[in-house]
Design a protein around this ligand. Structure first.
Ligand SMILES: [Ca+2]
Ligand SMILES: [Ca+2]
Length: 245
């Protein structure tokens, strides 16, 4: 595994954290983040990356699972809303994003905890096993400066998870898991991943009323069934055009 670590100099609001978990002995004073990239099997094998521009709406079907510090969890399917926006709405939490997920081309992801409990982890699964065949899957494309550049064919430049805006006083570990490999390749490039897990490490988690905004690039992938359907569709279009030529 490789990891990056950064420390943000945001002003600590330890009092808020103490309100949520009064007995927490190690409340964080600053926002910190580490980003980890898994390079172990299993690999997530795909045929192609269809598009490197993915918006909130394009990620419809992604599975978002939120786990609270009391161990309870809830899985919600990401839905397209209006224009290029999408969101996952759970019980007492909301994750949303608008526009191209790359860099600042769109708006940051926004995770809001409006429940009375604290959030321990958010898992984003861009390619749920039970997704409909016609659905476009999502993959997470991280910052990559290696060879080949810019990484997996079709992915173009990616962008790591990175907290932004008014950051909460939590220690975050973002893990990119299950490397994506093109079926024609022998090994993954290790820039593109199926899962992004965001874990709040300190005792408080992401507390009640807290919000985390972040950047994290995604790309669009046709599910295996969607490739076949797409080819059938193109064939049908070709036949229709011939009929009217
Ligand atoms: Ca992208
Ligand atoms: Ca890439």
């Amino acid at each position: 595994m490789r990891s990056l670590t950064k420390r943000n100099g945001c002003i600590g609001v330890a009092a808020l954290c103490l309100l949520i978990a009064p007995l927490a002995p190690n409340a964080q004073a600053d926002y910190t983040e580490s980003v980890i990239f898994d390079q172990d099997e299993p690999y997530h094998v795909i045929d192609e990356i269809r598009g490197h521009v993915a918006s909130g709406a394009d990620m419809a079907g992604m599975r978002v699972t939120v786990t609270f510090t009391d161990g309870a969890s809830e899985a919600v399917t990401w839905e397209a809303t209006v224009d290029d926006s999408g969101q996952a709405v759970g019980t007492g939490w909301l994750l949303s994003q608008t526009g191209d997920t790359w860099n600042w081309y769109g708006k940051p992801w926004t995770l809001m905890n409006i429940s009375a409990k604290a959030i321990r982890e958010v898992e984003l699964d861009g390619s749920p096993d039970d997704a409909p065949e016609e659905q476009l899957d999502t993959v997470f494309d991280r910052t990559w400066g290696g060879d080949p550049d810019p990484g997996t064919e079709g992915s173009e430049k990616g962008g790591n998870f990175e907290g932004c805006g008014a950051l909460p006083d939590v220690a975050v570990v973002a893990t990119y898991d299950e490397p994506v490999m093109l079926a024609e390749a022998d090994v993954p490039v290790f820039d593109v991943y199926r899962f992004l897990r965001i874990r709040f490490m300190d005792d408080c988690g992401l507390g009640s009323g807290q919000t985390l905004q972040f950047l994290a690039d995604t790309d669009v992938v046709p599910a295996p069934g969607a490739v076949v359907l797409g080819m059938i569709g193109l064939g049908m279009i070709g036949r229709v055009r011939k009929r009217f030529a």
